[in-house]
Design a protein around this ligand. Structure first.
Ligand code: PLP
Length: 435
């Protein structure tokens, strides 16, 4: 498979639409990273997506490794998911009352995810994480939580703290509008650094409600956990009477059929989910041990609700997506092609004289322009961001759509073929020569 030598993208329609959007939407977008600010240049405006591909408003075709930021794991606009949705919409798009699809979806989640005995569906990952935070506090009676710098848990006030270890115990908010009181109980530690977590527990004896983390980080680029880090967190939370929550909004059903917790053999007390379980529609979920989940209203006193929660279309798309993923060979395919992709990219980079470090687990991958291994956000931040921006633009011009930030993981899907991967590696070879 040959990549074109120096194609010139015609993006006139993208530019026209994005220019108009500047006047209509803050920054021209409805979610910040889409604006391409960290890589420079204009964003590509999508017209449609199908399988492994995205098509922009000018008719350009891209092999897509963003996958709508994770949900598109069975391929965009999957025919089986679409057929199920067409049948479901005939029965109505929202009930606001119990329906059996919620039970079917709940059973699918409970059957697969080791920590989940009972689940509550919501409409986004943000909602799942802010609800689980309330639950950790309600169940333990403590207010403080530990999160890790570079881990993203949605945009609820208490999570908008990514400050590094230097200000670990100060909990300074990242965004104006977040009151210091909302983050005063958020303690921030360095990912993969168990000693720091132990020190925070020691300094806040009996006051910690729980620890929340991405079991594989996808919001600082791609950072796998050290096994002893996850084991240590499980041990220390159990010993200190705090809850352990895996935020599997990104890793859930992507790393493995039973999520990252099955892959690593560590069972948290609580789990948040999103992205994949919505099959492309807005869904989030949180679940865990029955005893803890019974705290949630109306079974218990902790209030949490949602007009569109358990929406029949979202449940339908999620059920079909999990069913497709459960078929033999699904995760083997994701692992094989993603491994081929990341190794191919890194070999091409090194052949062209660039220092890179990276890896994949199943259909989640990433690399940094960095000579050293990356174990946390602070190390990720030492990578060459300017070179990443040129790499991103070069790949776009070659017909490959990558996440427009070096702080984002990449995703493959069941629809990505060997030919797509070979096309991408050939494109990478051309682009690395120019950086
Ligand atoms: N948690 C993690 C690990 C995420 O990656 C994200 C989104 O990227 C969220 C939570 C928030 O999910 P949403 O964007 O659906 O609100």
């Amino acid at each position: 498979v040959q990549a074109a030598a120096a194609p010139v993208l015609n993006t006139a329609e993208s530019e026209r639409i994005f220019a108009e959007a500047q006047d209509l939407l803050p920054g021209g977008v409805n979610s910040p990273v889409r604006a391409f600010k960290s890589v420079g240049g204009q964003p590509i405006v999508f017209d449609k997506v199908k399988g492994a591909y995205a098509f922009d408003a000018d008719g350009n075709k891209y092999v897509d490794y963003v996958g709508s930021w994770g949900p598109a794991i069975v391929g965009h606009a999957n025919d089986e998911v679409n057929d199920a949705l067409k049948a479901a919409i005939e029965k109505g798009s929202s009930f606001g009352a119990p329906c059996e699809l919620e039970n079917t979806m709940a059973k699918a989640v409970i059957e697969r995810v080791p920590s989940v005995e009972m689940v509550r569906f919501v409409s986004s990952g943000t909602e799942a994480c802010l609800s689980v935070l309330r639950l950790m506090r309600a169940y333990t009676g403590n207010e403080k939580i530990i999160k890790f710098s570079g881990c993203y848990h949605g945009h609820a006030d208490s999570f908008l703290v990514q400050a590094g270890s230097g200000v670990a115990t100060l909990g300074l908010p990242d965004s104006p509008g977040v009151p210091a009181s909302a983050t005063a109980t958020t303690l921030c530690a360095t990912y993969n650094d168990l000693d720091e977590v132990k020190a925070i527990f020691e300094a806040n004896k009996g006051e910690i409600a729980g620890v929340i983390l991405e079991p594989v980080v996808g919001n600082s680029g791609f950072i796998p956990p050290k096994k002893e880090f996850l084991e240590g967190l499980r041990e220390i939370t159990a010993k200190e009477g705090a809850l352990l929550c895996f935020d599997e909004v990104m890793t859930g059903f992507r790393i493995a059929k039973g999520c990252a917790q099955e892959y690593f053999g560590i069972t948290p007390d609580l789990t948040t989910m999103g992205k994949v379980i919505g099959g492309g529609l807005p869904v989030g979920a949180y679940g865990g041990k029955k005893e803890i989940m019974q705290t949630v209203a109306p079974a218990g006193p902790m209030y949490q609700a949602g007009t569109l929660s358990g929406n029949p279309l979202a449940m339908t798309a999620g059920i079909k997506t999990l069913e497709i993923l459960a078929r033999p060979g699904a995760y083997e395919h994701l692992e094989r092609i993603t491994n081929k992709l990341i190794n191919g990219i890194m070999d091409a980079a090194r052949e062209a004289g660039h220092e890179v470090t990276g890896s994949n687990i199943s259909g989640m991958f990433g690399f940094y322009f960095n000579a050293n291994p990356v174990n946390n956000f602070e190390e990720a931040a030492t990578s060459d961001a300017e070179k990443f921006g040129r790499w991103h633009r070069g790949m776009l011009e070659q017909g490959v759509y990558l996440a427009p930030s070096m702080y984002e993981a990449g995703f493959t899907s069941l629809a990505h073929t060997d030919e797509d991967i070979e096309f991408t590696i050939a494109a990478a070879k051309e682009v690395f020569k120019t950086l």
